[in-house]
Write a protein that binds this ligand. Structure first.
Ligand SMILES: *Cc1c(COP(=O)(O)O)cnc(C)c1O
Length: 369
């Protein structure tokens, strides 16, 4: 029986051939393919600048550096995300300030963010969890706070036609193997600010500016993306909308199949949002007849492997707990982390397989195991 996993990279002949071309060209780093990738992405996002880097984590580090975050500053973000959203705040020596989420879209609740703002607040990082953009219009409080969009899961999403990644002052993408657009490891910074562009490029390349090699303006890292990997991502840029559409068809099939199941909460999407469905995540109510662990065991018996994003809220992890966080501080994040389960929604899952997965949930919801 075929294994149905939570993600599966899809590599076309064209992508494989373009890697071989780069290898033969002699320009395997700092060549034209990375520049092409940056240009195509900036056209796609209608953003002035894109800086390609070697991970989403590096992109977030660049964003915080560009925003001028440092020791003594506070950065507000969500405790319900991948750890790479919050770790770069620690790289900059700043304080991580969490605020709780909405339980309808699992993203930062702007009214709760507002209560956390102090004179030390330097930036806010919103996360487009599962691909659904956070509410950046409501997360903008004043000019001196840089608004950062962690769009690592959201490439292809949009809000009223504005592309995810370009919804705040500076945005970040990841091209990790499981993401909608991927090259194994990679990422990008997106911004309309010339200053943020220069600073991101500086941090990416040892603190140097492009025109002044061997002159170091600041501490820097090696966050450069190779042309070998950029060659894998590049052919996917032109396909972002069709990949998104393929995922939306699968998500809508789940919604149609499962709409009568009252013991689960399905994703809700605002009418002005196009959701790229990096994940299709349902939430099990108390009335769902079996535990999440038991549901996963049943799925596994059918060779279906769902995911849990994320089982442990960040404020209870050691590196953030030290700021004085406790169990009970963010009840919504803590509650949903025990209930969410993400079902396979990637282009390689067939609609027939989605019907089978749905059927298993419907059967269990009726008390048949
Ligand atoms: C994947 C991801 C990251 C980190 O990206 P890497 O490329 O793995 O470093 C950051 N934030 C979120 C929300 C992600 O999903």
């Amino acid at each position: 029986m075929k294994k149905i996993t939570i993600s599966q990279p899809s590599l076309s002949k064209k992508q494989i051939n373009s890697v071989v071309e780069v290898l033969k060209s002699g320009h395997i780093v700092e060549g034209s393919v990375v520049i092409k990738l940056e240009n195509e992405l900036s056209t796609y996002c209608k953003a002035k600048h894109v800086v390609a880097v070697n991970s989403g984590t590096a992109a977030l580090h660049c964003a915080l550096y560009a925003a001028g975050v440092g020791p003594g500053d506070e950065v507000i973000t969500t405790p319900f995300s991948f750890v790479a959203t919050a770790n770069p705040i620690l790289f900059m020596g700043a304080k991580v300030v969490f605020a709780d989420i909405n339980d309808n879209d699992y993203n930062l609740d702007p009214t709760l963010v507002e209560t956390k703002i102090t004179k030390k607040t330097k930036a806010i990082i919103g996360v487009d969890l599962y691909g659904q953009p956070a509410n950046y219009d409501k997360l903008r409080f004043n000019e001196s706070i840089t608004l950062i969009e962690d769009a690592c899961q959201a490439i292809g999403s949009s809000v009223s036609g504005r592309k995810a990644g370009n919804l705040a002052d500076i945005g970040t993408f990841s091209f990790y193997a499981t993401k909608n657009i991927m090259c194994g490891e990679g990422g990008a910074v997106v911004t309309n600010s010339d200053e943020f562009d220069v600073k991101s490029r500086r941090l990416r390349n040892h603190g140097q500016d492009a025109s002044k090699r061997y002159q170091y303006f600041d501490i820097g890292y090696n966050y450069r993306l190779t042309d070998i990997l950029a060659a894998i991502a590049l052919p996917q840029i032109g396909k972002i909308d069709s990949i998104t559409n393929t995922r939306q068809i699968r998500a809508n099939r789940y919604i149609e199949n499962l709409k009568e199941v009252s013991s689960i909460v399905l994703p809700t999407v605002d009418s002005h949002v196009s959701h790229c469905f990096h994940q299709f995540t349902i939430n099990l109510s108390d009335s769902f007849p079996v535990s999440r662990d038991k549901l996963i065991t049943i799925f596994n018996k059918h060779n279906i492997f769902p995911g849990i994003y994320y089982p442990n809220p960040l404020h209870l992890q050691p590196q953030f707990k030290k700021f004085g966080y406790h169990q009970g501080d963010f009840p919504k994040a803590e509650n949903v982390s025990k209930r969410v389960i993400s079902l396979p929604v990637h282009p390689k899952v067939s609609l027939k397989e989605i019907d089978k997965i749905s059927e298993i949930i419907i059967k269990i919801s009726k008390g048949n195991k």
